[in-house]
Design a protein around this ligand. Structure first.
Ligand SMILES: C[S@@+](CC[C@H](N)C(=O)[O-])C[C@H]1O[C@@H](n2cnc3c(N)ncnc32)[C@H](O)[C@@H]1O
Length: 412
């Protein structure tokens, strides 16, 4: 079922057992103390023009509802649909949003089912969609979920614990080539093949099921003199997380769905933290921002005029002040686009191709264990080169005033 849990169901679940309640309370405290929504003022400013009576905004990555709360505070007259694939995040978000009861609907699902979610809610078009990609602080801090190399835990890494495929399954079943490919492409790991070979060798004698085993293995394999700052297992963990959760495929197949369901004047706002996520977003937005006419036409027909306008003029970055307070913001790229007219026929054809995996822009690679995944079919198994945005690359906004957007320097 697409809308796995409605708001009512989530509210009902708030009657938790004492142990679960204590756990939720701890998680909430962690969330309160650590999670700071990235580029909050900038995101609110981008969305305010799309709020108002009868308008609907979808927060596709509700998380701990830091952004969502700010959106709801910014205008009392719109409805927010909050989607997250992590049920625990939804429970905490539901609590946080209690003061706005009646103004939001929470849905447990992946945003890759965007259109199904809207259909089930009886919503035809929306006025904006927001995506703040990646992990929430809650997921990072919940040590037993295996996202972090800094604590021993089962090699899990599922954002949605109802999904079957875990990081341990990948480590147990992928070939050397498949492992090396994800470490290289998603993690930009220089020693990808060495690590992949070591995994396959080790698993012949003992299953690799704990984060500590992987951390130890990487520590053993990566030469000390070649280590960049930080834990040498960092990039391998990032790569596995992206693979487990099908993060890039899901983004690429969601953007066209959002575009198809936007009212004219509606916006898509995306915060990405990995260069491949940003590349996907940028190329999707760009398709609608350029004149896409066949060469040699004396006049550009209406059909080929742009249907999107760029609201952020490239990618907007966090400034040094925000990075100091919230290191997670160091790698953010914020892009937003607005639908300025009816989507033309030729663009719908492009969207279909994106739904089939073209958005990833590369040839398909090794067959995936898609049968291990959630009910939902993943559209393609493609890869693209990239890694986490470096805080030292790109141009950074130096102006510390969140309001003074006109003075902001932007990355492209
Ligand atoms: C960075 S956090 C969002 C934080 C949120 N903006 C806030 O201020 O609290 C990203 C969230 O998106 C969720 N998420 C990631 N991929 C998703 C997907 N494909 N569908 C639904 N939720 C997803 C994660 O579970 C996580 O809770």
């Amino acid at each position: 079922m697409a809308v796995k849990k409605s708001m009512a169901a989530i509210r009902a679940q708030q009657t938790l057992a004492p142990a679960a309640l204590e756990h939720a309370q701890q998680a909430e405290n962690v969330a309160d103390s650590i999670h700071a929504p990235v580029l909050l003022n900038e995101c609110v400013d981008l969305l305010v023009p799309h709020m108002g009576p009868g308008k609907v905004i979808v927060d596709c990555t509700l998380g701990l509802a830091g952004h969502a709360e700010a959106f709801l505070r910014a205008n009392p007259d719109f409805h927010l649909v909050g989607i997250d694939r992590d049920e625990e995040a939804l429970r905490l978000a539901a609590r946080r949003l209690e003061p706005f009861a009646g103004r939001f609907t929470l849905v447990h699902n992946s945003f890759m089912h965007f259109e199904e979610v809207l259909d089930e809610l009886g919503i035809d078009k929306v006025d904006a969609a927001f995506l703040d990609l990646g992990l929430s602080s809650l997921q990072i801090d919940e040590r037993d979920r295996g996202f972090t190399y800094s604590a021993d835990a089962p090699l899990d890494m599922r954002m949605d614990v109802e999904q079957k495929l875990t990081a341990a399954d990948i480590v147990a079943t992928y070939s050397v080539d498949q492992l090396a490919q994800i470490f290289t492409i998603y993690g930009q790991e220089k020693f990808a093949y060495r690590i992949a070979r070591a995994i396959v060798e080790l698993r012949e004698s003992a299953p690799i099921e704990r984060t500590s085993q992987l951390v130890e293995l990487v520590d053993h394999v990566v030469p000390r003199r070649n280590r960049p700052a930080g834990n040498p297992a960092k990039r391998v963990f990032q790569a596995l997380r992206i693979e487990v959760n099908g993060e890039l495929e899901q983004l690429a197949s969601t953007l066209p769905q959002i575009a198809r369901r936007l009212n004219i004047g509606g916006a898509i706002v995306v915060e990405s933290y990995h260069s491949l996520e940003d590349r996907i977003t940028k190329s999707f937005f760009r398709m609608g921002q350029i004149i896409d006419a066949p060469a040699g036409l004396p006049i550009v027909p209406e059909e080929y005029q742009p249907y999107f306008t760029d609201l952020t003029h490239g990618a907007q970055l966090a400034d040094e002040r925000e990075i100091t307070i919230n290191p997670r913001s160091a790698s953010v790229r914020l892009r937003a686009t607005e639908l300025i007219r009816e989507i033309p026929e030729h663009a719908h054809a492009d969207f279909e191709q994106w739904l089939e995996g073209k958005g990833l822009g590369l040839k398909p690679t090794a067959p995936r264990k898609s049968s291990l995944r959630n009910s939902s079919a993943r559209k393609s198994a493609s890869r693209a080169p990239g890694g986490q945005h470096s805080s030292t690359t790109g141009r950074r906004r130096e102006n510390t005033s969140a309001q003074a957007t006109s003075k902001q320097r932007r990355g492209r």
